[in-house]
Design a binder for this molecule. Structure first.
Ligand SMILES: [Zn+2]
Length: 409
């Protein structure tokens, strides 16, 4: 099978005019011009997109599928937002399987081929697995809700749950553990879970330094988050959330840390670089909840791996990762190539799957998006990113298989 378009942006190599990828057994076996690939493999079936550009599929490094569209609480304050979320959890008003199906479909139709999703106890795993996307669901656990709330018991429970969830999954869908945040998971449970993750060679997702309220809770043990939980058993560590996360062993090369938006200092960036933890940048969610701007350019300069995340529909306007990346381009004054790379290869590297996806290279999975765009200006990547952000994705291919196609009809 050959997928061909007017332009092909491999991300890891220069743009190819009249470019194509040859797919065998789900993986890319060659990248080149359509005429060269057709010459070498005359028997291959060709799917041609004449007025389009092929790019790697989006890699969403931090998302929640379960939030329903249209009833998000008001933004502007993280703790008020979280209070509203918690208030509505019992009746599942905001967090439903149906919403997860819709969110996953929206992501697919926006060219997403790999997603790192976080949900309580991994409850959105079925919807990710059925979406056609590849990816990982990180199962969050809340020790207060488990048995007697003993760390050992809570951690045993979530690891056992993840082992069960892993049974019978599609080849490229995986389940891992998430330590939700410094304010929902006590330090001992966090440390136990992090250690076990590292011993097993598993991966870990965390929310870190997302909001001013979190910074206040971790430093002083006060503020809106201490109020929400009605108790403060471990807040007030006198550290920044990043230093605190390091102190309880959460930061490691297998960790994806979401947000890092509020008061992330140069010293914190040094900690991230030293521990090898990766970052998921969610600028639209941070903007909506007035959480500040993540110092992503500095992180990248210091060699921290950064990907983009949409977060979920209660704090973000869409599951379109290319739209998220375009927002970051405008926020940080990046060029289009940087934005496109953050949305694809950057996310793949941040999630530890950079050898498998994120760019169009021989040997990787054939994960790609087809965008209605024929760039002609000085910043072609930006043009394609703008098109993809604005609903211009016409087809999505995961592992060589078209999971979405509105190009011919
Ligand atoms: Zn999140």
């Amino acid at each position: 099978m050959i997928y061909a378009a007017r332009f092909l942006l491999p991300v890891s190599a220069p743009t190819i005019r009249d470019g194509a990828v040859l797919v065998r057994n789900g993986r890319i076996s060659a990248v080149g011009t359509i005429s060269d690939l057709e010459k070498d493999t005359p028997d291959a079936e060709v799917q041609r997109f004449r007025r389009h550009t092929i790019i790697p599929g989006a890699v969403n490094a931090h998302a929640h599928l379960g939030f329903r569209r249209g009833d998000a609480p008001e933004g502007g304050s993280f703790s008020k937002w979280l209070a509203r979320l918690i208030e509505r959890l019992p009746e599942k008003e905001a967090w439903t399987a149906e919403a997860a199906v819709d969110s996953a479909r929206e992501a697919v139709e926006a060219g997403t081929t790999f997603m790192a999703e976080s949900s309580p106890y991994g409850e959105c795993l079925p919807q990710l697995a059925e979406s056609g996307m590849a990816g990982t669901v990180y199962a969050e656990f809340f020790p207060r809700d488990i048995g007697d709330g003993e760390p050992e018991e809570a951690v045993d429970f979530i690891f056992q749950r993840v082992r069960e969830l892993r049974e019978g999954l599609p080849e490229r869908v995986d389940c891992q553990v998430s330590v939700h945040s410094p304010y929902t998971v006590d330090p001992e449970s966090s440390r136990l879970a992090a250690r076990r993750t590292q011993e097993l060679g598993w991966r870990l997702a965390v929310h870190v330094s997302e909001s001013p309220e979190e910074v206040e809770f971790v430093r002083n043990g006060t503020g809106g988050l201490a109020d929400i939980f009605g108790s403060n058993e471990w807040g007030g560590a006198g550290l920044s959330p990043v230093r605190y996360a390091e102190s309880i062993e959460l930061l490691a090369p297998g960790t994806i840390a979401a947000h890092l938006a509020t008061e992330v200092s140069e010293e914190d960036i040094e900690v991230l670089a030293r521990t090898g933890a990766a970052a998921a940048h969610c600028p639209r969610s941070n903007d909506f909840l007035d959480c500040g701007v993540s110092p992503v350019p500095r992180m990248m300069e210091r060699g921290v791996r950064v990907g983009m995340g949409t977060d979920g529909l209660w704090s973000s306007p869409s599951l379109n990762l290319f739209e998220e990346a375009l927002f970051a381009v405008n926020l940080h004054d990046f060029d289009g190539a940087t934005g496109l790379k953050l949305a694809t290869l950057g996310g793949a590297r941040a999630l530890g799957v950079g050898d498998e996806t994120g760019s169009l290279e021989a040997g990787k999975w054939a994960d790609l998006a087809v965008v209605e765009s024929m760039p002609s200006g000085m910043d072609p990547e930006r043009e394609v990113l703008e098109a993809a952000a604005g609903g211009g994705v016409v087809a999505t291919v995961v592992g060589g298989r078209l999971i979405y196609n509105r190009a011919e009809g």
